[in-house]
Design a protein around this ligand. Structure first.
Ligand SMILES: [Zn+2]
Length: 418
């Protein structure tokens, strides 16, 4: 068998055949030739016979036996009659303007969905920038406007990146397992307005419910562009606010113990007491079902001491009961009961919390009545944090957004295996 025939069978390049093979310092260079002579415009698929000019280009292909492998082919430009400009022809083995074949890009994107960036770069011997760029290319091919057609119940949230200095606004579809349908830079009303403008008035009008946080920005944009949509408050924002309030009470109690030495108590005892309070943190915040024995013990001790922290814990669990009600229609009454308890509890942090929640009462109840589960949206958030953690979030907003679509947008990348 001739070497060219062997490479032809092995590589099976769509629409081209191998004419020669050379072993060069940078790897194996496989020269290929197109089977069809007509040129195709990559933008509009118009095709014609006339060549504007020609040059030779190399594309990096999937490695062969540990060696880098390059495809080399003549690439031509044509004057597209439909686009009325000179464009580089489309080739079946690579995406427009890419210097990697589609196979390498798909392989890298498939890996990027599952591994950290350093590993992908090391295994495929590609630079960080190349991986970031190819993710944008692959995502652009897989994502289209159609995903926005069937949106009825959506969730909006912000996420931070670059150590919390920059933000993205994320829109997820509640009805399809919270897949991300849109991501944009910033966290202001105008950031979300960008999404509604893309959606257009018709598709905005079909939105039934939008779940969001308690900050005013997203609510403002939603009221403006989708006034008929029911605005719900995501449960995890409610619980997060409650946890933050408890944490503040705990810190205040800790400081009190440290700084106000009570008469008649030996200093060592005081120190130990302060440390104890510091260590109540997880006992107070965790789900009771997943507490450890020590944490359970801590809670029992707080109860025995009639500690303010124990009352906080009771209030928090009562608030969480709101999301454990058997009948969603009981939500309004339960929340009203909770608010009246909380505003009389004489703990300033909790009173402040109850005021905030009272302001958003309608939205909180609406989320429960609509059955908008928070866990999945929260799952999307932690997935995005994972993307950041795997090293994909330190560059531009554009590449992070592409990674979010790739990993949370329900995109399936087929491996280039034959
Ligand atoms: Zn064209």
């Amino acid at each position: 068998m001739r070497a060219t025939t062997a490479f032809n069978r092995m590589l099976a390049i769509p629409g081209a055949s191998v004419v020669s093979i050379a072993f060069e310092p940078e790897g194996i260079v496989v020269a290929i030739q197109r089977r069809f002579r007509r040129l195709t415009c990559p933008d509009c698929s118009w095709s014609g016979p006339s060549i504007y000019d020609r040059s030779t280009r190399r594309w990096r292909h999937v490695d062969a036996g540990g060696s880098k492998l390059w495809l080399e082919c003549e690439i031509r430009r044509l004057r597209c009659r439909r686009c009325e400009r000179v464009v580089t022809e489309a080739v079946p083995w690579a995406r427009p303007a890419a210097r990697l074949t589609a196979d390498v890009q798909d392989l890298a994107a498939h890996m990027a969905q599952r591994m950290d960036k350093t590993t992908v770069c090391a295994l495929l011997r590609l630079s960080f920038e190349t991986v970031a760029d190819l993710v944008c290319d692959v995502v652009a091919e897989h994502i289209n406007d159609e995903r926005l057609n069937e949106l009825y119940r959506i969730g909006v949230d912000e996420i931070s990146y670059r150590k919390g200095h920059r933000y993205l606004t994320i829109v997820a579809d509640h009805d399809t397992g919270s897949s991300v349908v849109w991501a944009g830079e910033g966290k202001s009303a105008s950031a979300l307005a960008g999404f509604y403008e893309l959606l257009g008035p018709e598709r905005c009008a079909q939105l039934e419910a939008v779940s969001l946080d308690m900050g005013g920005a997203f609510a403002k944009a939603t009221t403006e562009h989708a006034p008929k949509a029911l605005q719900c408050i995501d449960p995890f924002h409610v619980i997060k606010l409650a946890n933050e309030a408890i944490d503040r009470v705990r810190r205040r109690a800790w400081n009190d113990e440290r700084h106000h030495r009570r008469v008649g108590r030996p200093p060592n005892d005081l120190k130990q007491r302060a440390r104890q309070i510091k260590h109540t943190r997880w006992a107070l915040l965790k789900d009771p079902a997943s507490l450890t024995d020590t944490q359970r013990q801590t809670l029992r001790q707080l109860e025995a001491e009639r500690s303010v922290l124990y009352r906080c814990w009771q209030l928090k669990e009562a608030l969480r009961d709101l999301y454990r009600l058997a009948d969603p229609l009981d939500a309004r009454a339960h929340l009203a009961w909770w608010l009246s308890w909380a505003c009389r509890c004489r703990i300033p942090e909790i009173i402040k919390l109850s005021r905030t929640l009272r302001k958003h009462r309608e939205g909180i109840v609406a989320a429960i009545e609509q059955g908008l589960s928070n866990s999945r949206l929260e799952g999307t958030n932690s997935k995005i944090r994972l993307i950041n953690h795997r090293g994909y979030g330190h560059h531009t907003a554009r590449s992070l957004i592409a990674m979010i679509y790739l990993c949370c947008g329900g995109i399936t990348i087929d491996l280039p295996l034959r």
